[in-house]
Design a protein around this ligand. Structure first.
Ligand code: S3P
Length: 436
């Protein structure tokens, strides 16, 4: 039997203040770089969601000492040379970031390992990483020309390269930069459209002298990383669900404390502003590392917008819930240049259009995006999550605009990035009704 959760609201108003869980991308990288580095790394605000826990499991299998106490993590490593070849397969679960970044790390290590994933991850393309890594001399073998997990990685000495990225992907960029740490010579990666730069910022925090010139990043092979303290801000991609909720429901105003404000991730704030929401931002100062601050989003009418081009990588994970928001906005919202959505945890273009149509939304699927005609009154219904956390959360937020209750199938996938999501929803929304 499929597990379900029913969420129902009656004229909801969202008010109050929350601190969303730690940033998923930054949490993965903190454990990865802490394990590569020599010495002790302490991480505060770590995301204890399923994806990041898989990254911890993997490094523990490689012999790194990692202790976790809730959202506080300590990593103690003598450096990569001390890693052992694991006895069992390394299981990345549902986590594309774990799988793709680990390929870049393992390829330049001295260990041999087999990387696997769950049924969804096993269908996602790994070629985008394994092909460039192979041109650095990496040994990566597996089915479909090493495109699909499981993959066997025989670590060894890599050669540097200059790579011009054909797609905007921080996972690909990061995998190559990690491989470059163990390559002979200088590796460079050039992007056409800037993707999230957490890896670059964190390498600097760990003492690596990377060079950033325009859209090109360079790293020297043999760079030494030293353990450090990492503070993980709240994940703006998680906050986005409640930002949309506040922008969508009349009378609402929600404050987000300590949320990440890295400009490569704040596309959602630009879109909310363009659509008419009221936004207040108080940024806290940062040295090396990630900017963060307090953001308040208040409802103030809602109009359609166009989302395309350079904006896409700055809000790629937020597009499902933005599509939902557009169903409540006046006019036609066009989302394009977002074909990458088709290779996320599920095909998010098909999943979003299929599920929102079940509630009466007027939404069209295009090859690289969606067109949403609003505003439309949404009804209740039963929505599938496709095992995709962001589709599951979009379904829950849809209940705020729906006239009836929404039943979400397989809601446990939400724990991948937002444990405590339903508790936060209940805390913020007035007159909620959630049943298991
Ligand atoms: C991530 C990069 C993005 C994003 C994913 C996390 C990362 O993927 O969708 O959720 O941590 O580097 P792509 O790099 O494939 O765009």
């Amino acid at each position: 039997m499929v597990e379900t959760k029913t969420v129902e609201f009656n004229k909801p108003v969202l008010t109050g203040e929350i601190a969303v869980p730690g940033d998923k991308s930054i949490s993965h990288r903190a454990v990865m770089l802490g394990s590569i580095a020599k010495g002790k790394t302490t991480i505060t605000g770590f995301l204890d969601g399923e994806d990041c826990l898989r990254t911890i499991d993997i490094f523990q299998q490689l012999g790194v000492t990692i202790e976790r106490n809730g959202t506080n993590v300590t990593v103690e490593s003598p450096g990569m040379h001390s890693w052992q070849s694991p006895k069992e397969e390394l299981y990345a679960g549902n986590s594309g970031t774990t799988a793709r970044l680990m390929l870049g790390i393992l390829a330049g290590s001295h260990v041999t390992s087999v990387l696997t994933g769950d049924e969804y991850l096993s269908k996602r393309p790994m070629n985008r990483v394994s092909v460039p890594l192979k041109s650095m001399n990496a040994s990566i073998e597996g089915e479909s020309d090493s495109n699909l997990l499981p993959l066997t990685i025989t670590g060894g000495q890599l050669t540097a390269m200059d790579y011009a990225m054909p797609i905007a992907s921080a996972q690909v960029k990061s995998a190559i930069l990690f491989a470059g740490l163990n390559a002979e010579g200088e590796t460079s990666v050039s992007e056409q459209t800037v993707s999230r730069d957490h890896t670059e910022r964190m390498l600097e925090q760990f003492g690596v002298a990377i060079q950033r010139e325009g859209r090109t990043v360079r790293v020297q092979g043999g760079s030494v990383l030293t353990g450090t303290d990492v503070r993980v801000p709240g994940d703006i991609s998680s906050a986005a669900f409640f930002m949309v909720a506040a922008a969508m429901t009349e009378g609402s105003s929600v404050t987000f404390k300590d949320v990440g404000l890295n400009p490569t991730r704040t596309g959602i704030l630009d879109v909310l502003e363009n659509m008419g929401a009221k936004i207040d931002i108080v940024e806290q100062s940062t040295g090396l590392g990630e900017p963060f601050g307090t953001v308040t989003i208040s409802h103030d009418g809602l109009r359609a917008t166009e989302i395309s081009g350079d904006l896409i990588p700055r809000l790629i994970d937020e597009l499902p819930v933005i599509a939902l928001l557009a169903t409540q906005a006046t006019g036609n919202t066009v989302i394009k240049d977002a074909a990458e959505l088709r290779v996320k945890e599920t095909d998010r273009i098909t999943a979003v259009t299929t599920e929102l149509k079940k509630l009466g939304a007027q939404i069209e699927e295009t090859e690289d995006g969606m067109i949403i005609h609003g505003p439309t009154a949404l009804t209740g219904g039963t929505l599938a999550s496709y095992g995709d956390h962001r589709i599951g959360m979009m379904a829950a937020i849809a209940s705020l605009a729906a006239s009836g209750s929404i039943e979400i199938e397989d809601p446990s996938c939400i724990n991948i990035s937002y444990p405590g999501f339903f508790e936060d929803l209940e805390k913020l929304a007035f007159r909620t009704n959630i049943h298991r």
